[in-house]
Design a binder for this molecule. Structure first.
Ligand code: BDR
Ligand code: CA
Length: 311
């Protein structure tokens, strides 16, 4: 089986962790490296969590590099209230035996894509600071990457970090605009599809009953996340933001409807961090780089595949 080489860039909180457990359980994925970034939690803690997850999954040879500790043009803001003080639902999982590597996450992106040009798919499920910095250092990076699957943005759906902005874009709008303008094949997996792709009671019960390492860990860390989402949904269920971006990186046929547009990121005023595309039927391409923006996905098939990977 041909395996997709994945470089994961993540602010390893709870749904990032579930995305890692998903990738670890997929025979068609080869996780080549992880880079951390600020966002849900500080970047150093995100790297420590990535190491915890890799150790749990027996992936001890996958390197983890620490990435950007702050956004490009605004102060650091973190979201421990969503992911727990430790970013993993406060379950007290012990630290990994391994330490992060000596290079930065930005250097790691540049090095691995230079070693394997055209082979690496980047799955970016945190703020896009590392990708933006890597593009600033070496704009030719865009020609060396197979594709980029970003969890971020919202088109019709309201924002989650502000009334109009999705969290990963809100954390570093300037970096996001660099990524959408770089001219590489980008898919923006936003709230329009991730909010509709959820774990509900039946699947949570199935995960609880699996008795597998990945399933048990997912079930433990998800409790904190479910507590948070239960307050807004009124039912004990949660969206699968980062896992869906990882899933689409491996299998774009989950996408059932999409728009292919240039994406603008609002950089000023109260809608800073909002992602904007032209949805008018008479839209004509402006010549700017285009991004795939899924608007509907096969959530049932993806959730079933996620459960299989956790098993
Ligand atoms: C995104 O923000 C973070 O809280 C999640 O990990 C996900 O990447 C959802 O908006
Ligand atoms: Ca994330």
């Amino acid at each position: 089986m041909k395996r997709t080489k994945i470089l994961l860039d993540a602010d390893v909180g709870i749904d990032d962790a579930v995305a890692m457990l998903f990738l670890a359980g997929r025979p068609d994925a080869e996780l080549v490296a992880v880079g951390s970034v600020h966002g849900n939690i500080p970047s150093d803690l995100a790297a420590a969590n990535a190491l915890r997850l890799l150790e749990l999954c027996g992936l001890d040879d996958v390197p983890v590099a620490i990435g950007a500790r702050r956004p490009m043009a605004q102060p650091l803001a973190t979201a421990e209230w969503v992911h727990g003080a430790d970013g993993l639902g406060n379950i007290g999982h012990p630290a990994a035996r391994r330490a992060p590597s000596n290079e930065s996450a930005v250097e790691q992106i540049l090095r691995l894509t230079a070693e394997s040009p055209g082979e690496i798919t980047i799955v970016a499920v945190g703020p896009l600071t590392n990708l933006g910095l890597a593009l600033c250092l070496d704009p030719s990076l865009a020609q060396r990457v197979k594709s980029v699957s970003v969890m971020g943005g919202a088109i019709v759906h309201e924002g989650n970090a502000s009334p109009t902005a999705e969290a990963n874009i809100w954390h570093d709008p300037e970096a996001a605009q660099l990524v959408f303008d770089a001219g590489w094949p980008v898919t923006m997996v936003g709230l329009d599809v991730t909010m509709a792709t959820r774990l509900r009671k039946q699947q949570l019960d199935e995960i609880a009953a699996m008795g597998s390492t990945r399933g048990d860990f997912a079930h433990k860390i998800l409790q904190h996340y479910l507590d948070v989402y239960e307050k807004s949904f009124g039912t004990r269920e949660c969206p699968l933001h980062d896992p869906l971006a990882a899933g689409i990186a491996l299998d774009p046929t989950y996408i059932q409807e999409e728009l292919v547009r240039d994406v603008g990121v609002n950089l000023t005023g109260p809608t800073r961090g909002a992602t904007i595309i032209d949805r008018r039927p008479w839209y004509e391409p402006s010549g700017k780089p285009l991004t795939r923006v899924p608007m509907r996905v096969d959530s049932d098939r993806f959730v079933a595949d996620l459960l299989n990977a956790l098993r």
